[in-house]
Ligand binder design. Structure first.
Ligand SMILES: [Zn+2]
Length: 237
């Protein structure tokens, strides 16, 4: 599995027999060979996770599928592409929260997609493919804001723990989890709980708004995460 950080929460993964693209909104997508199918995942419709540029990938890479959270409207999109003679509809799988489904890729292999409910918008993805388990949180995080009411933060914490409970004890090979410096002293909470609940081999922090120093600070606070949480150097390969 080869992982390329694109920007913010955007990652490109090259598997042995497929490519996965997550939450692309900007950055350079590596070169692809046409034999391997591409699956593009979007966790929700916010501008820092979704860019309509992704539909142009279909022109360069005909074996492309789109897995989109339900909050992304597709009707108009499908009609627009139809006018250009492109059948986008058959390429799109819209997913709801708390579901599991199997997608058979053009290479005949099965991709299992489970969704969690985000604490912001849309979903988080838990995938199984080639005996690997991959988690992309989207904006599922413990959004504990100092300026919010006690009630808001309590509800937020409960909602986050409810989702993490679904991952308890689960072996995850690679995860992508928010580490948002804007949360200040609560910035580490979501990732720390994720690490405590799961049996995860590697975590790429994301949603850092370019402030990569937050990774170093996390590792200083939780040195036991060294070797699991990918450091800044992992973002400058
Ligand atoms: Zn976001």
């Amino acid at each position: 599995m080869q992982i390329t950080y694109l920007n913010h929460s955007g990652f490109f993964i090259e598997m042995e027999t497929a490519y996965f693209l997550f939450d692309y909104y900007k950055g350079t997508i590596p070169r692809m060979t046409l034999e391997k199918p591409l699956v593009v995942f979007v966790s929700h419709s916010h501008g820092d996770h979704y860019n309509r540029e992704i539909y142009h990938l279909l022109q360069q890479h005909p074996n492309t599928r789109y897995v989109l959270a339900k909050d992304i409207p597709t009707k108009k999109l499908v009609a627009e592409w139809k006018e250009r003679g492109v059948d986008l509809e058959s390429r799109i799988t819209s997913v709801r929260k708390n579901t599991t489904q199997k997608l058979v890729l053009a290479n005949g292999n099965t991709l299992e997609i489970t969704t969690l409910k985000s604490t912001d918008a849309g979903v988080a993805y838990l995938l199984t493919y080639e005996n690997q388990t991959i988690y992309h949180a989207g904006d599922l995080n413990l959004w504990y804001w100092e300026g919010e009411s006690k009630q808001y933060n309590e509800n937020m914490t409960a909602a986050y723990l409810r989702e993490m409970e679904k991952l308890r004890g689960k072996h995850i090979d690679v995860a992508f989890v928010p580490l948002d410096p804007r949360l200040e002293e609560h910035a580490f909470d979501g990732l720390k709980i994720f690490l405590d609940y799961t049996d995860c081999e590697k975590v790429y922090p994301m949603h850092m708004w370019g402030e990569y120093g937050v990774i170093e600070r996390f590792l200083e606070r939780y040195p036991e995460s060294e070797g699991i949480v990918v450091g800044i150097e992992g973002y400058n390969p």
